[in-house]
Structure formats: C-alpha cells, structure tokens
Design a protein around this ligand. Sequence first.
Ligand code: ZN
Ligand code: FE
Length: 256
Amino acid sequence: MNLIALPAFTDNYFWMLHDGREALVVDPGDSAPVVDALDRLGLALTAILVTHHHPDHVGGVATLMARLNGPVHGPRREALPVAVQPHGQGDHVEWNGVAFQVLDVPGHTAGHIAYFAEAAPGGPLLFCGDTLFSGGCGRLFEGTPAQMHASLSALAALPAATRVCCAHEYTLSNLRFAVAAEPRNAELQAHLSQCEAMRQQGLPTLPSTIGVERQINPFLRCDQPALAAAAREHGATSDDPVSVFAALRQWKNVFR
Ligand code: ZN
Ligand code: FE
C-alpha cells in the first residue's frame, strides 16, 4: 500500500492511498491534482473520504464523481455540497482491506471527523483534516476551546507510531510559534531544523507521527508547566489545560 501527498492550491495536501490498482483520496478540494495522479499511476478511484465541509476539502468531489467507482464518506453533522455516506464517532469505514474507525473531532468545524486505521499496512494511519497540524492545530471557526482541546487529546492518545496525515503544509510557521511558546524544548528545536531542511529540498514535512507531535506540538502539551507559564503571559487565568489551550490558540492567531 502506498501513501502519497498530492500538493494542491498553495499549501493543501490531498492524501492518496493506493495499491497500484485502486486509490482512495482524502479531502479533494480540487479534482485536477487527483485526476493527474490517477492517470499518471494508472489507478481506479474507488473511495473518497471527506473530513469537513470547507471548500478546500470538498470542492473537487462533484467533478471526481465521473471518475469514482465507489462511495464518498463524510461527516454526518455537516452540510456538504455532495451526497455522502454519513459518519460519526464509532462508525467504521472499510476500503480495500483497510478498516478505518471514525472519530468525532469538533473544534475547527462543528461536525469535523477524522479517520483512523490502526491496522493499516505500514502502521497506524490517521487522516485528521484541519484538526491537528504538525506543530499546531486548526483555527476554531465553529467550536470552543474545550471542544478542540478534547478532540486533540483524543488524537494525542492514539498509538505513538500513528502516521499523522494533515491537510496543510503549515509546519514551519507552526514550529516557529511553538519555539516562541516553549523555547527550552530541545526536541522541538531539532525538529524545526529537520523540517527546514526538508522544505528547502521541496519535500513535505508530513506525515508526522503522534509520538513526535506529543513531543513538539504545544497544543498537545497544555499540561506542561512551561507552556502553562507562557500561556499565563498571554491571557490564561489558570493552569487548567483548557485555559492554557485557549490562550495559546489566541496568541497563535496574532503571532508573526
Ligand atoms: Zn478547514
Ligand atoms: Fe483546510
């Protein structure tokens, strides 16, 4: 099984899983990069997974219906421009022998879902849309800090080896903020240098892993005293992880 990131727009990735014959694509906001990959690799598109309703994640689905021989799976609590098989927490989606568990991860949008395949060939695999980014997390457009903190905590509890397939290449700007928030985190500094080198070579910094994110992502580390102290300087009124999270998210929104 092959996992590839199709770059799209300015900083999106459409993740594609394929076995050399059949392909699944996640969050195709545009059809062109997907059609190019299908044609280039000689693949049949047999499933689409959608995590949330934003156009950069669903905009290509209608056009791809002409190429699709299989289902479109999506969040049951969101209005999408195309008909989908609706899913929420506890549901299972199967594709080509890979079993995905659906997780509700509200916060970026109200009905955002993620797809987790614990027994995927090559190791556990997570498609998390705009909930978790490497070194960061999605903006809270439709959810509360408490909801997003709970969603991220559920993702952080997945196995350390889980490959984290985020929908955007935001890693360097996220890590620059992370260093400002937690300057004495040595793993974080090393990870930033490594990701800078990858971007200089034009490579994606993704997938990350849950194990790496637990070490470097401030939004998964709201229980750390150093981050609680930094958050207090940016509006947190207590060391409660949700208020630490809320203050860090707010600070990141204005960080340059
Ligand atoms: Zn989004
Ligand atoms: Fe997005």
